[in-house]
Design a binder for this molecule. Sequence first.
Ligand SMILES: [Zn+2]
Length: 280
Amino acid sequence: MKTAQGLPLPSLSRGRFLRSDASASEEAIYAYTDEALFEASGVRIAFTERAGGFSVSPFDSLNLGEYVDDDPAVVQGNRRKLLSALGFPNAQIISPKQVHGTDVAIWRYMNETNLVRQTAQQGADALVVEDAQCAALLVFADCMPVILVAPNGAFAVAHAGWRGAYGHVAVRALLALCEYSCCQPGECNAYIGPYIHAECFEVSNDLMQRFSIAFGEDCAPDARHVDLGRVVSSDLQHAGIVPERIADVDICTACNTSKFYSYRAQQGICGRHGALAVRQ
Ligand SMILES: [Zn+2]
């Protein structure tokens, strides 16, 4: 495990990924990543776009979610292509069964892979990883992806829809990450990927009020909308993450269906883009 003298401040940029031995006709994968983090710690993070995979409409094409009606073999092919493109062709991968809960699965060592995979299949909405070549993948179509990275290179990936956000799933992942990697929240980086922004996220007035009471009036721009980004980032700051260590890619999934999947904008029939983290 590489030791960093503190992580570089987080920054997200769009990267183009293609395995080194790709044929001339092979399509690249695009994902938002933090190159400085990769250089400093060996941790590769990726919020994937939907192009560059093998799935056909309406899942076209880099569908990483197995609980939609896409061909499971094609989904596995998409996942392997993503790992190869990111330079981790031999990594193990665990993608928990996401249940809009707040349970955090822990994957400390490569030799626990099968056991952790079984646990994660029973339902988990965050996964903390310590070992090298262990890739955590969670999948999304409007819900908020959150990746947290500790100074020692351990990381967590979390799934925060409104239920998870309300239940503090990102903070639960952060606290587990800090416990297992013996660090403070203030030393960690937090990355927020594409999710459905407040203007497109209409909710009942009752739900808006629940968020407003729990997280403050700032998280509800009006009577029928909730800003999940404000909810999760203020929750993380209350837990000790410093504001300059939170990077938000600032993309609304529902407004960008050519690049991302949106459950609301596509009437529930769509694939899932991914938030993936893995380290050397
Ligand atoms: Zn939008």
